[in-house]
Design a protein around this ligand. Structure first.
Ligand code: 13P
Ligand code: ZN
Length: 274
């Protein structure tokens, strides 16, 4: 089967375009990666041709030999649906998890996203933690979440609690909370290490003054997670634009009641008295 005809490719394209339509991907902003199943590799491997091995920029031994669909560096999410073969690629990792080669896509040249170290280190953490269930890592630049990194303390506690409060569904959608990475230079191993440490605990990491990373099992869950966090951030931005004092909000005991009914466990460290 041709790569472009495969169901997972269609899912990848749709998710990228949904992100574009949300306004989260100005210019080349954001990147997306998907850890392919063995059956999916088998389905499309006749369409592959091997490029040269190149260093990943970090080491991910637990992903050795795996294949990933990933957006290209400098490529626009706007164009993913219009010229997919120019906008993203499939890469194979070597048997040490140190090098990659392009086996499909980026037909006009280029390389995988500059955030490849963050994507792969996050994939490695999630693969190990979820027994292989998580397959998607998504980075976007959603404006309301970024705006909050200029006014809230850059702590996991502040972001988790504030975003939980702004929409009742939030503690159910991301019960483990949200991590925050202080401002760092993007695109390298250092920020990848910090982000992947947060991915040990959370499915969402916010990069101060930059954007967000979300991890999940499939395209729908991962996109839905990013969408839910950003919607909650939008409500907080709207509220703060009217007043800096909330007249009423959801209280710690009310979160505890919600947790019981929805059968989620909410860490007590986010349920502090204000
Ligand atoms: P790439 O074009 O290299 O994916 O970079 C976009 C981005 O958002 C960097 O953080
Ligand atoms: Zn970015």
């Amino acid at each position: 089967m041709k790569v472009l005809d495969a169901e997972f490719t269609q899912g990848f394209i749709r998710m990228a375009n949904d992100g574009w339509e949300q306004g989260w991907h100005e210019r080349n902003g954001g990147n997306l990666s998907y850890r392919m199943k063995e059956s999916e590799v088998a389905e499309v491997k006749d369409d592959f041709s091997n490029g040269e091995w190149k260093p990943i920029g970090t080491t991910v031994p637990n992903l050795a030999g795996e294949f990933f669909m990933v957006t290209g560096s400098g490529k626009y999410f706007r164009n993913v649906i219009i010229k997919p073969e120019d906008s993203f690629c499939i890469i194979e990792l070597d048997d040490k998890g140190e090098n990659y080669r392009i086996v499909w896509g980026l037909v006009n040249g280029g390389r995988p996203t500059s955030e490849l170290p963050s994507h792969l280190m996050n994939h490695e953490v999630k693969k190990l933690k979820t027994n292989g269930a998580y397959r998607v890592i998504y980075h976007a630049h959603p404006a309301n979440t970024i705006a909050l990194t200029f006014v809230l303390p850059l702590t996991d506690e502040a972001f988790t609690r504030e975003l939980w409060e702004m929409a009742t569904e939030c503690p159910v959608v991301f019960p483990d909370g949200i991590g925050v990475v202080p401002w760092m230079v993007p695109g390298g191993r250092e920020i990848a290490v910090e982000t992947s440490k947060l991915m040990e605990k959370y499915d969402v990491a916010i990069w101060a003054h930059h954007g967000m990373f979300a991890a999940g099992e499939d395209f729908d869950l991962t996109f839905g997670l990013m969408h839910t966090v950003e919607k909650s951030a939008e409500i907080l931005v709207k509220t703060l634009s009217m007043t800096n004092v909330k007249r009423q909000t959801i209280k710690p005991d009310e979160f505890r009641e919600l947790a019981k009914d929805f059968k989620v466990s909410l860490p007590e460290r986010f349920l502090f008295e204000k």
